[in-house]
Design a protein around this ligand. Structure first.
Ligand SMILES: NC(=O)c1ccc[n+]([C@@H]2O[C@H](COP(=O)([O-])OP(=O)(O)OC[C@H]3O[C@@H](n4cnc5c(N)ncnc54)[C@H](O)[C@@H]3O)[C@@H](O)[C@H]2O)c1
Length: 496
């Protein structure tokens, strides 16, 4: 497997040397200083995490937890990881996205607040920007390999860590003739090639690892759905908390986070004026609503494409034109996908877009826009304008601008959600990790929701810094509503 020589590994200072070369792999440790400066700035904007550190640093509720995280490797994630460490956990980390890693943040996390590039004392991180599929899965495997065994907790964003463990167990149980035979895409082939060798050298590795895992906290909607499917089929190996359904994180992440970072991505990529342009948003779910708010705030003429009549009616009642993509694709200046679905923008749509139309995805991985299909066409040339911005010129002379090769544009072309939004998401993660790790018996094999009182706590921790003052129910008001004075304040079925 090719690991680029530009990617550095250490020789001392952080845990044992499980690779034989140093127990981390990041792009450049000399970036640690600039990463640390940004981490310090982000800490101020992540008040919920800092409040958890203040509250739990002495009690260390995560002492004994060996947490493997497959999420992103950004400045904000570094504040999250260092909070887990402050609460007593041992952590190994990798990025759930080959393009989203901020190399300076990765370096700072490895070096740690007290370490130096020559004597790092932080967290073993395996991530660098622009990994190949092989490198990506290599990093996942390394992050799963604690010196003293496997992880006992997983933080997952996209289900990849969970997938590796489940596939490993499946293959060990003899579920596959040859793992590589089963791989469809190059991405999956790399995963299966990764698991294959251990079947011969350490046949019980993945089964042992799965048995030691208390549970996973999953951040992504689709992956949480996948966990539920595994559970229904009797294949889920450890309990899960589905954070994608937690109210506070969901609202902040999907609506307000994307409301901010869609514009950030579009502006950094193209700096094209958005006001007055026609922007088509596919999907008027949570993310779509955030995107539409942002685009309308800029004065764009927004058109929504929806398949769900309820969401389509919501869009119409919000005063937005609802059309099919086929009807508007030739007029659109900007097309944004936010459906969580596959190939909602086809090669035919891409070919029909007008000259210089901008197309990007803020929904599901790289599945929504068929960029792979576009690359197969003989009549189109790709011209890289700058990293994550490509002009695709058709033989008839017209061209379109594709952002981040169809991957999440707010991560590829910008830096994802702002710190404050991520503070809410990561506070929910920390509370879920504490819950699963310390109250394991209360969480049988299933996909659970974050208890509502923790959801409310995640919101509460972010009110003070915004100058927001919460009112308190009187006893008689609480009694009248049938809720406890201190919450939970709404029934489970309430839709925020
Ligand atoms: N980029 C980010 O920062 C970010 C943040 C949160 C979530 N997400 C991702 O965004 C995606 C959407 O999340 P959500 O919470 O809004 O989901 P959602 O289910 O609330 O919304 C998706 C909407 O897309 C619609 N849809 C599905 N197929 C369609 C099609 N072919 N054409 C038009 N509309 C279609 C659905 O009816 C639905 O209303 C998910 O993949 C999620 O993981 C991205």
């Amino acid at each position: 497997m090719r690991i680029p020589s530009s990617v550095t590994n250490g020789t001392s200072g952080i845990g044992s040397d499980t690779t034989g070369e140093g127990d981390y792999r990041v792009a450049d440790l000399s970036l640690a200083d600039s990463g640390r400066k940004e981490i310090r700035l982000a800490e101020h904007e992540m008040p919920g995490l800092m409040a958890l550190r203040a509250a739990h640093t002495r009690t260390k509720p995560l002492a004994g937890a060996r947490i493997m995280g497959s999420l992103h490797m950004t400045v904000q994630a570094a504040v999250f990881v260092e909070t887990l460490v402050a609460l007593g956990a041992q952590v190994r980390w990798t990025s759930a996205n080959v393009l989203s890693t901020q190399d300076h943040a990765a370096a700072a996390l490895v070096v740690g607040p007290e370490g130096t590039p020559s004597a790092p004392s932080g967290v073993p991180v395996f991530a660098w920007r622009d990994e190949s599929p092989e490198e990506y899965w290599w990093c996942v495997e390394r992050a799963l390999s604690f010196p003293d065994g496997g992880p006992n907790m997983l933080v997952d964003d996209g289900g990849e860590a969970t997938l590796v463990v489940h596939k490993g167990v499946e293959f060990e149980a003899g579920g596959a003739r040859s793992p590589a035979d089963l791989a469809g895409s190059a991405d999956r082939r790399a995963l299966f090639e990764l698991i294959g060798p251990s079947l011969a050298t350490d046949p019980g590795k993945w089964t042992r690892m799965a048995e030691g895992i208390h549970g996973v906290t999953e951040q992504t909607t689709i992956s949480a759905d996948h966990l539920r499917m595994l559970c229904q089929n009797g294949e889920l190996l450890f309990p899960a908390i589905d954070l994608s359904n937690s109210v506070t994180m969901g609202i902040m992440d999907r609506v307000y986070g994307t409301r901010h970072s869609l514009l950030d991505g579009l502006n950094r990529a193209t700096d094209t004026l958005i006001g007055g342009k026609m922007a088509v948003v596919l999907g008027y779910g949570h993310v779509g609503k955030g995107c539409v708010k942002a685009l309308r705030g800029q004065g764009a003429r927004v058109v929504v494409v929806e398949t769900d009549p309820i969401c389509a009616l919501q869009a119409a009642m919000d005063g937005i034109q609802v059309s099919t993509l086929d009807d508007v694709v030739e007029q659109a200046d900007i097309v944004v996908t936010a459906t969580g679905n596959v190939k909602v923008v086809t090669v035919d749509h891409l070919a029909r877009m007008k000259d210089q139309a901008i197309v990007g995805n803020i929904g599901d991985f790289d599945f929504e826009i068929d960029v792979a299909g576009l690359a197969k066409r003989q009549d189109v040339q790709r011209l890289a304008i700058k990293p994550q911005v490509d002009l695709w010129r058709f033989d008839d002379g017209h061209a379109i601008v594709v952002l981040s090769e169809g991957r999440l544009l707010n991560l590829g072309n910008a830096t994802g959600h702002p710190s404050f939004v991520m503070s809410v998401a990561f506070v929910s993660q920390v509370l879920a990790q504490i819950e699963l790790f310390t109250k394991t018996d209360r969480y049988p094999l299933d996909v659970h929701r974050l208890p509502r009182e923790l959801d409310e706590q995640a919101a509460h921790l972010h009110l003070d810094p915004l100058g927001a003052t919460l009112s308190t129910l009187t006893d008689s008001q609480a009694e009248y509503l049938g809720v406890a004075r201190d919450g939970p304040f709404k029934p489970e079925h309430y839709r925020y």
